[in-house]
Design a protein around this ligand. Structure first.
Ligand SMILES: Nc1nc2c(ncn2[C@@H]2O[C@H](COP(=O)(O)OP(=O)(O)OP(=O)(O)O)[C@@H](O)[C@H]2O)c(=O)[nH]1
Ligand SMILES: [K+]
Ligand SMILES: [Mg+2]
Length: 443
């Protein structure tokens, strides 16, 4: 095996800042610190003030240095942290000095990858670090923290252990029963596997709460042309994100704004007015609007108060349990607004003067919490986990139906392998690149 390289990266944000934190990891980290400071290594894990110079003796900066000898460090290797002043010139000079010392710039996610290799984190925890850094709302931050603390690791490891136990029992039965092999599964294994299958099934039926929370809830504003969809988006976003005009068919592309709705991440999308379009570009806009209506977690179906009692039939067809009914232009209403449409409560608003918008946001927040909040039990946070769990469940079901003990044991082995892939207990090499690629540099 090639000797482990020593890597470095700016772990804090790039650009002008009061402070910048650089991280070095690998066998040459300690020697590099000695060379940069011209002093012996400081006491482990204690911040010390030091002046840093390059090989020519030019002063780079004056700051704090920390020394984390292996294995008690983030990566499990020798690690050095340099807390310097933020700024591009310092970053450039330090980078040159480190390159000259033979260190290499870290790849995205390389620190976390080394931590995983050293057994400091499992894959769900490594993914949680990426999520935590990306978290934009309170609920996202909490979910990532729970996962980093091992909520998913604990659950999946426990399931995997139970599977391995069943597998061991079954294989013992096969090995020691000489002539008359037991048919299929033993009673005890059957009960244990069926219970496990049910638990995994319940975990899978979480309404995609964790994944939605990570990705943000997708909310689409839909309705006929000119009902004020773009005006409503702008009112909620607090800025002129979309073009508003009195010409029907103004919006074509989907315009998205990201909102933090009482801690829940929401992507609100404005769409083209639904109608039989007059020309090709608008037609494409309508096609995109309909596609978004299909995939959205929630729909705001907007009607025009000035057009009442007439209700656009295309919009009406979109109303279901996933929608909130909005009647806009309440300031123009000449008739009393209905309390319900198709049995669903009506939210009256005026995008023009802001009336009713707080009520709409409150209703949206309630829906978001219904879709995203759970019992507090750990939830699946990534499609990668969901796929592996589905494979596990399928293999378990096959094991329960298997005609011989050997076939059942093989399926149980497959199920355990799928579970192990989630936390990275087994068979991980090929997945590592995919997982750590989405990290940013310095993590
Ligand atoms: N009086 C009043 N006018 C409104 C209100 N909301 C929007 N309008 C007006 O209605 C017209 C259409 O508004 P838009 O926001 O462009 O409507 P839209 O639904 O996005 O239209 P398309 O993109 O063409 O489908 C504009 O002239 C707006 O100023 C409202 O609450 N009250
Ligand atoms: K319009
Ligand atoms: Mg519009």
């Amino acid at each position: 095996m090639a000797p482990m390289k020593t890597i470095f990266a700016l772990a804090s944000g790039v650009g002008r800042a009061g402070m910048a934190v650089y991280r070095l990891s690998g066998p040459a980290a300690g020697r590099t610190l000695v060379d940069l400071t011209g002093r012996p290594l400081p006491e482990p894990r204690r911040a010390c003030r030091r002046r840093l110079c390059d090989a020519a003796g030019d002063v780079l900066d004056d700051g704090l240095v920390l020394w984390f000898p292996a294995p008690r460090s983030f990566t499990g290797e020798d690690v050095v942290e340099l807390h310097l002043h933020g700024g591009r010139a310092i970053a450039r000079a330090l980078t040159e000095a480190l390159l000259a010392a033979g260190l290499e710039p870290a790849e995205p996610g390389e620190f976390s990858r080394r931590a995983f290799m050293a057994g400091k984190l499992d894959l769900t925890q490594a993914e949680a670090i990426a999520d935590l850094v990306d978290a934009e709302t309170t609920a996202q931050r909490r979910q990532a923290l729970r996962q980093l603390e091992g909520s998913l690791s604990g659950l999946y490891d426990d399931w995997r252990e139970r599977l391995l136990r069943c597998q061991a029992h079954l294989e013992a039965e096969i090995d020691f029963s000489d002539e008359d092999l037991p048919d299929g599964l033993g009673e005890a294994a059957r009960t244990a596997l069926a219970a496990l299958g049910e638990e995994i099934g319940r975990h899978l039926a979480d309404g995609r709460r964790g994944e939605r929370l990570r990705e943000g809830l997708s909310v689409a504003i839909l309705g006929a042309p000119n009902v004020g969809k773009s005006s409503l988006l702008n009112r909620i976003a607090g800025r002129e994100a979309a073009i508003v005009s009195s010409i029907a068919g103004t919006t074509r592309d989907i315009i998205e704004v990201n909102l933090d709705l009482s801690g829940y991440p929401v992507t609100l999308a404005d769409t083209a007015g639904l109608r039989d379009a007059a020309e090709a570009i608008e037609e494409e806009g309508v096609r995109r609007a309909k596609a978004r209506a299909e995939i959205a977690d929630l729909r705001l179906v907007v009607f025009d108060a000035a057009a009442l009692p007439a209700l656009d039939p295309v919009s009406l067809a979109l109303v279901d349990g996933r929608s909130l009914i909005v009647v806009n232009k309440s300031d123009l209403a000449s008739v009393t607004l209905p309390e319900r449409i198709e049995g669903y409560p009506v939210l009256a608003v005026s995008a023009e003067n802001g009336d009713g918008v707080d009520g709409l946001l409150a209703a949206l927040g309630e829906k978001a919490s219904e879709l995203l909040d759970g019992s507090g039990a750990p939830v699946i946070s990534r499609a990668r986990h969901r796929r592996a769990l589905e494979e596990t469940e399928t293999a378990l079901r096959r094991a329960l139906e298997a005609s011989s003990a050997e076939l059942a044991a093989e399926d149980i082995r497959l199920a355990g392998r799928e579970l192990g892939r989630i936390t990275g207990r087994i068979d991980v090499e090929e997945m590592l690149d995919v997982i750590f690629r989405e990290f940013c540099i310095g993590k």
